[in-house]
Design a protein around this ligand. Structure first.
Ligand code: NAD
Length: 255
């Protein structure tokens, strides 16, 4: 029997990087997984390559910035599975390391909508369901960029600081009702999140800051190393941990 035996988990941003490895780790631990992502073809690949032929993996295309799509996602998942136990708010996008004076409104809104508003709306949709079942476990994928000032641009940094606040507030306010809410703050992980960064647009100062910062990073992590941390928070091994932001950065922030 796996650590998540018969638990139903909803994972966003499931088709790539950390989300993908969380789905596969959860399947290995006998969960039923609802994998949501905006990228439909990547979801199909996720299903095709899933362990155990992906029999317990259900994929649903969903843009987490659209409330209607989130409502459809949650009602389809509950209709199919009867309930949801675990929410992993993983979908996220990176900015282009812009300092506040250089952030356009559209860039600010794009980052906030995916990294903060989407997770907030999904939590708001699922909390009544969790309260009804007297059980719920929320894991938000944050970043060490939400704990330190120089790991990303102003928009990404702000979104992850706020996500940590939302995590702590939710962890505390529902602690007596069977709901836990924690975050994981990864360091630098080998995924596709940086593919859209246009390094030619970085100022000379920012490029130097990035190079200096990266030199202090002991090593890059693999998505499956973060999936192990998410599993720990998702299962009862971590039953006493609530309202916590768990850093997994190979000591980068210990400097
Ligand atoms: N990779 C890192 O170094 C790192 C470090 C710290 C935190 N994180 C966080 O980890 C999480 C996962 O990122 P990753 O590194 O695996 O990146 P990734 O780009 O490999 O995967 C992100 C997934 O999210 C999906 N997505 C993006 N916008 C979406 C939307 N509107 N609706 C639904 N799905 C959407 C993408 O299609 C993609 O499949 C993010 O929240 C990110 O901020 C990553």
């Amino acid at each position: 029997m796996g650590k998540l035996n018969s638990k139903v988990a909803l994972v966003t941003g499931a088709a790539s990087g950390i989300g993908r490895d969380v789905c596969y780790k959860f399947l290995e631990e006998d969960a039923v997984v609802i994998a949501a992502d905006v990228d439909a073809s990547a979801l199909e690949a996720l299903k095709k390559e899933a362990p155990g032929k992906g029999l317990r993996l259900h994929v649903i295309q969903c843009d987490i910035t659209k409330e209607r799509e989130l409502e459809r996602l949650v009602s389809a998942a509950i209709q199919e599975q009867g309930h949801i136990d675990i929410l992993v708010n993983n979908a996220g996008v990176m900015d282009n390391f812009e300092a506040v004076a250089d952030v356009s409104n559209s860039q600010w809104d794009r980052i906030m909508n995916v990294n903060l508003r989407g997770p907030f709306m999904l939590m708001r949709l699922l909390i009544p369901h969790f309260l009804h079942h007297k059980y719920g476990n929320i894991i938000n994928i944050s970043s060490i960029g939400g704990l330190q000032g120089g790991r990303a641009g102003a928009a990404y940094t702000t979104s992850k600081f706020a996500l940590n606040g939302l995590t702590k507030n939710t962890g505390y306010l529902y602690a007596e009702q069977g709901i836990r809410c924690n975050a994981v703050a990864p360091g630098a992980i080998e995924t596709h999140i940086g593919d859209a960064i246009d390094y030619t647009k970085l100022s000379k100062d920012m490029s130097e800051l990035l190079i200096t910062g990266m030199k202090l990073n002991p090593r890059m992590g693999k998505p499956k190393e973060i999936a192990e941390v998410v599993l720990f928070l998702a299962c009862e091994d971590s039953s006493m941990i609530n309202g916590e932001v768990l850093v997994a950065d190979a000591a980068w922030t210990a400097y």
